[in-house]
Design a protein around this ligand. Structure first.
Ligand SMILES: [Zn+2]
Length: 210
C-alpha cells in the first residue's frame, strides 16, 4: 500500500483506495479529488471559475442525488395497512419516473416504470411504490437488474407474491454514443405470482397502455 499523501484539498489519500471512508464528507472529498484528476487528463483548466468547483459539485451530486440508492439508510420504510376494504384486484401505479445511471457508461437512463400488486391481507401507501422505484434507480444500474430488484422488494415487503414491474426507458449510452440511436427504448418486465397468468398479465398491460 502506498504511503498516504496529503492532498491540496486537505484530505489524506493514497494511490489505491482499498477502503472507502466512512463519512459522507470524506467520500465526497475523495470523489472530488479523483474527478479533478479526470478533468486534468481531459485538458480542462481547473482554475477556470466555471470549472473550479465542478469536482465538488459532481461528488455532491453522486452521493446526495444520483446514487443515494447505494446507501441502505435510504431504503424506503414500508408500512402496510390492513386491507379492510377487501380489495383484491390489482393496484397499479403507472408512469413512475425512472432516473438512473447506466453502470457501463455512467450516462443517464431515463424512463418510466409501471408497477402493480394484488393485495391480500395488507395494502401499502401508494407513494411508497414510487419511492421503491426511485431507491433502486438511484445507483449505477442495468435495467434488467433494476426490474428484478423492484419486483423482489415488492414481493418481500407487500405481503403478496403477486407483483408486476415493467420498465420502459431510454439509455443515453445508446442515443449519445455507440450506435447513436435517438429513438429506441428498452423494455423489461418481471411478472410474479398471479401475473404469470395470461389474462391477468393482459389486463395489467392494457391498463398501463402497452
Ligand atoms: Zn450503457
Amino acid at each position: 500500500m502506498a504511503k498516504p499523501t496529503n492532498l491540496t484539498n486537505g484530505h489524506t489519500c493514497c494511490e489505491h483506495h482499498s477502503e472507502v471512508p466512512a463519512s459522507l464528507e470524506a467520500r465526497e472529498a475523495q470523489i472530488a479529488y479523483h474527478f479533478s484528476e479526470i478533468m486534468k487528463v481531459l485538458g480542462l483548466d481547473l482554475n477556470d471559475p466555471s470549472l473550479r468547483d465542478t469536482p465538488k459539485r459532481v461528488a455532491k451530486m453522486y452521493l446526495r442525488e444520483l446514487f443515494i440508492g447505494l446507501n441502505p439508510e435510504n431504503e424506503p420504510q414500508i408500512r402496510l395497512f390492513p386491507n379492510t376494504l377487501r380489495y383484491h384486484q390489482m393496484v397499479i401505479e403507472k408512469e413512475i419516473r425512472v432516473r438512473s445511471v447506466c453502470e457501463h457508461h455512467f450516462v443517464p437512463i431515463i424512463g418510466v416504470a409501471h408497477v402493480a400488486y394484488i393485495p391480500r391481507e395488507w395494502i401499502v401507501g401508494l407513494s411508497k411504490l414510487n419511492r421503491i422505484v426511485d431507491y433502486f434507480s438511484r445507483r449505477p444500474q442495468v435495467q434488467e437488474r433494476l426490474t428484478e430488484q423492484i419486483a423482489d422488494f415488492l414481493q418481500q415487503n407487500l405481503a403478496t407474491p403477486d407483483v408486476a414491474v415493467v420498465i420502459d426507458a431510454k439509455h443515453y449510452c445508446v442515443s449519445m454514443r455507440g450506435i447513436q440511436d435517438e429513438a429506441s427504448r428498452t423494455l423489461t418486465y418481471s411478472f410474479r405470482g398471479a401475473f404469470e397468468q395470461k389474462d391477468i398479465q393482459d389486463t395489467f398491460l392494457r391498463m398501463v397502455g402497452l
